[in-house]
Structures are given as C-alpha cells and as structure tokens.
Design a protein around this ligand. Structure first.
Ligand SMILES: N[C@@H](CCC(=O)N[C@@H](CS)C(=O)NCC(=O)O)C(=O)O
Length: 252
C-alpha cells in the first residue's frame, strides 16, 4: 500500500513544523513525516535544504523549503477551507503577523531561549549563553508580548471565529518557551494569554503540542514511534545523519 504523496521533513518540536501540520490538519491533508532534528540531517538533507532547516515539503519532483513558502503553496493548491481572511487588508495583516512570528518572536522565544537552554546543551553539546537568555527573559520577550497584546482580539482568533495562518504562525513557539519556564502572565497580557489558551485548546494545535511534548521527553531514536502512537504516517526514508552539525544560518 502506498503512503501519502507528500513527505514533510521536520520534527514536531519545531514551531515551524507544527504550523504546517496544523494547516494540513485544517485542510485535511495527510503527509508522511520524517521527524529529523535539523541539526542531524544527512548529506541529502543539506542538498534539498541548503540552510539545513526544517520544515521541508517534498511532493514528487517539487521540494519546498521555508514554512511561509510551504503554507502559501498549500493555500494555493488546496484553497478550501482557507487559512487566510477574505479582505485584502486583513490578508496583508495576517501575512505580517506570520512574518513577525517567523522573525522576531522566534528570535526571542526560539533562538535566544529554547535553542540556548534546551537545544545547545542537549543536541549540539555546546554551552548556553546565560547573558543572552537573561536579556531575552527580562527585556526582549516582554517587549514582544507588549506588541502582541496590541494585535490580539478580545474573543475568538486573530481574524474571526476560526484559527488561521496568523494564529498557527504565532502560537506554536509559546510551548517551547513554556517548557523552559517562560509563561504569558495573564495579569500583564490578558488578551495574549486568552487567545493563546483558545488556540492551544480549541484547534489542531492541541494535539500537535501533545506530540511535541512527547517528543521532548523521548530519546531521539524512539521519536519516530511517537508519531505512530499519535496516528501519524511515518516517512519510509529518514534524512537523519546520525550526528549533530550546525546549519549555515544557525546562530551562536
Ligand atoms: N524561515 C524558516 C525558519 C525555519 C527554522 O529556523 N527552522 C529551525 C528549527 S525550528 C531549523 O531548522 N534550524 C536549524 C538551523 O538553523 O541550523 C521557516 O519558516 O521555515
């Protein structure tokens, strides 16, 4: 029996991978997953993902890198249900929120926090930079939360009653922050905390966050089994190279 026509290379611990899997869930697209950590990709992975980053989408002869490119491709090829609002101004605002999530929010919650505290010591066997982490915790993360509080709705999701691209771009990284001790303080950022609670409990991100948590507490070698336990299809071929190696753009 043949599997799904698409392979997604990417470990669900990555917020960018959960963003794509959430959009696939909304649209009913099944993919086979090769859950490598990007720092352990093999030679073929370096060729198909020149930045050695996940996610990577492989569909026949088509190979796509970058979650924004992949999300737009999915929306173009399977437009319903749409993950974008209909009004052109709102569509542009949704894309801005995706851009902010992929750049500044991930810079502080991903690179300066989760990568420093969890990935560097465990995967790369490198030391954490405590000054970088402290500045992120005390200055940069509160600044990003202050901004996000200004764009959050009182109820529902960012662009209405259903979560979409903007919600699925922003919300996943908060799980990575939480596991290393950074929560959204609901007294200081009530709208952000309320929105996050809804995305994490009422959308496909709920299950994806459970999978990510299970990955974080499972040895690398046993992680593929976690996918099967949660009902996902495992890709037949793995791009795991068996050893850690930095990509050309991974930060210090
Ligand atoms: N802009 C990219 C960023 C992807 C990204 O940074 N992925 C991380 C995992 S969360 C990665 O693969 N990092 C490996 C590296 O930079 O060496 C996207 O949206 O897909």
């Amino acid at each position: 029996m043949s599997g799904p026509p698409v392979t997604l290379i990417g470990n669900p611990v990555s917020p960018y991978v959960r963003k794509i899997l959430a959009i696939c869930a909304v649209k009913g697209i099944e993919v086979a997953i090769d859950p490598i950590t990007p720092f352990r990709g093999d030679e073929t992975f370096s060729k198909i993902s020149p930045l050695r980053r996940i996610p990577v989408w492989i569909e026949g002869d088509l190979t796509l890198c970058d979650s924004s490119i992949i999300a737009q491709y999915i929306e173009d090829t399977q437009p319903t249900p749409s993950v974008l609002p209909t009004d052109p101004g709102d569509r542009a605002r949704a894309r801005w929120i995706e851009e902010y999530a992929d750049t500044r929010l991930f810079d502080v919650l991903g690179w300066k926090l989760f990568f420093q505290v969890a990935i560097k010591p465990r995967i790369l066997k490198e030391e954490t930079d405590p000054a970088l982490v402290e500045k992120a915790r005390t200055v940069e993360i509160p600044e990003t939360f202050d901004y996000l509080e200004t764009v959050m709705p009182e109820t529902g999701f960012l662009f209405g009653d259903a979560a979409g691209l903007a919600d699925y771009s922003l919300a996943p990284a908060f799980l990575n922050a939480r596991v290393v001790g950074v929560e959204v303080d609901a007294a200081r950022w009530p709208k952000l905390a309320g929105w996050l609670g809804r995305v994490e409990s009422e959308t496909p991100l709920k299950k994806l966050n459970d999978v990510a948590m299970a990955f974080m507490t499972t040895r690398l070698a046993d992680q593929p089994g976690v996918l099967a336990e949660h009902g996902y299809v495992l890709a037949e071929r793995s791009h795991d190279g068996g050893r850690a190696m930095r990509g050309p753009m991974s930060p210090v």
